[in-house]
Design a protein around this ligand. Structure first.
Ligand code: PHE
Length: 463
């Protein structure tokens, strides 16, 4: 079958079942999957969390968790998708009818993450424009922070930027897996890595860069405790986009000859590489210009513009940086939207066109309260003390993802069974998978317990 030529029009309504779209190349699949994983979690959260939690020692723990938890669960999700060739809900239902709701929960999580992630995407777009038009002139983070706050809390402008960001996402997803997502990822991801390397070179060659490097890299093992380990595990889970059916969906477009073991090692490694490079790009610069690295989300929108304003050729680096963040956010929202769209195509038998338009419209409607909750609607709470933006973030990241991830491990490890999973992973016995017993142990015992602990910690029960 010629995979590339059937991509364009196969989704048109017709009485014949359209063939399911597939990744054309292994590289394309890897880049799209890494694209989903590399996002704001790598670019701003990882660097400062590492800095706060023991620097190099945290890096060490994080790497261990990527191997134990990240690779293990990535492989489980891909396997479920490739075996069933279905969306997250359909995949569970095909194997055990009663489990369909678990897949549904993942899809719901992907949907509501889009409500706030698209708003952040809109902010990033605004900062690309601001960088290009030379609006970052102040070297005072308070002034830059005010610029951000004024923009984000206004009623109309952020919604317009969100709409543009969402439209860009929708246009790629609309074109399908091989001719939309795969093609876009093949351009965006290499550029993303190129830009990040340029920024690392600029940052580590600034006079005085060593303080920031030390903060990020010198191990302080005394800073490692149970809490740090849980933080690392939570970060692995979020950073690899696990628990919401993304890897199930992307796995469902794999052909039966693909080597999923290799992919589930390469993807987490590249994601980690992006996180480490982000740390090397951001932290030295932040320290050189005397700023504090632990200002959370504000780091990106208030500290960094101030940093760039003092840097020789700062405007160029500001543009590079925000375009990089834009690409990272875009490839993440593409994967989120695709989860929902695949569901509508498989389960509701809609065309891809109709699915993409419907999902995007619904998402856009809900980005409006998310954006307004940063300003005009700040006092309207949807969960105790939380506006719509924070509420959907909390609900998805802290509640739905851990539950869906936990149940995924239970499903693969105990309900469907590791033997059947391993049969799929080894391409019906034709591929070698030496670590099969280790993987089986990790998915049955280690991963579910780890996720349960992350969950309890996120709810605040561990102090
Ligand atoms: N993995 C992305 C990041 O590191 C975040 C994300 C989570 C993207 C869930 C999509 C879905 O930022």
């Amino acid at each position: 079958m010629n995979k590339s030529s059937n991509a364009g029009d196969q989704w048109a309504n017709s009485s014949i079942e359209p063939a399911r779209d597939q990744w054309v190349t292994r590289m394309g699949f890897i880049l799209a999957t890494v694209g989903s994983a590399v996002g704001l979690g790598n670019l701003w959260r990882f660097p400062y969390v590492a800095g706060q939690n023991g620097g190099g020692a945290f890096l060490f723990v994080y790497l261990l968790m990527v191997i134990l938890l990240g690779c293990t669960v990535t492989l489980a999700e891909l396997t479920l998708g490739r075996h069933t060739q279905l969306n997250a809900l359909g995949a569970y239902r095909k194997l055990r009818k009663k489990w369909a709701w678990v897949g549904g929960m993942g899809i719901f999580a992907a949907l509501i993450i889009m409500f706030y992630y698209s708003v952040v995407g809109g902010w990033v777009l605004k900062f690309v424009v601001a960088a290009c038009t030379g609006q970052f002139t102040s070297n005072d983070p308070a002034v830059c922070g005010q610029f951000f706050a004024n923009f984000a809390s206004s009623a109309v402008e952020p919604i317009i930027y969100t709409a543009i960001f969402l439209l860009a996402t929708a246009m790629i997803v609309y074109r399908g897996v091989s001719s939309g997502i795969e093609k876009a990822s093949k351009v965006l991801m290499p550029l993303l890595f190129l830009f990040i390397v340029v920024l690392v070179i600029r940052s580590v060659t600034l006079p005085g860069a060593s303080t920031g490097l030390a903060y990020f890299l010198v191990p302080d093992f005394s800073a490692i405790n149970g809490k740090t380990i849980l933080t690392a595990m939570g970060q692995v889970f979020y950073s690899l986009s696990l628990g919401m059916g993304i890897m199930v969906t992307y796995g469902s477009y794999l052909d039966k000859q693909s080597n999923m073991v290799k992919s589930s090692i390469i993807v987490p490694m590249l994601d980690t590489l992006a996180a480490v490079l982000a740390g090397l790009a951001i932290l030295p610069a932040v320290f050189v210009f005397g700023f504090s690295p632990d200002s959370g989300p504000g780091l990106m929108f208030s500290t960094l513009p101030a940093v760039f304003s003092q840097m020789p050729l700062g405007q160029i680096f500001a543009i590079l940086f925000f375009v990089l963040v834009f690409f990272a956010a875009l490839t993440s929202t593409i994967s989120l939207l695709e989860v929902v769209v695949t569901y509508l195509i498989d389960e509701k038998k809609f065309s891809r066109r109709k699915s993409a338009i419907l999902a995007t419209t619904v998402i856009f409607i809900f980005t409006i309260p998310a954006s307004l909750s940063m300003g005009p609607w700040a006092d309207i709470h949807f969960l105790p003390g939380m506006g719509f933006f924070s509420a959907v973030d909390y609900l998805s990241s802290n509640i739905l993802l851990p539950i869906a991830g936990f149940l995924l491990c239970i499903f693969i490890g105990w309900v469907w069974g590791v033997d059947k999973a391993i049969y799929e992973i080894t391409n019906e016995g034709s591929l070698e998978f030496k670590l099969a017993p280790v993987w089986a142990f990790l998915i049955k015992y280690v991963a579910p317990i780890a996720i349960l602990l992350i969950f309890i910690n996120a709810l605040g029960f561990l102090g």
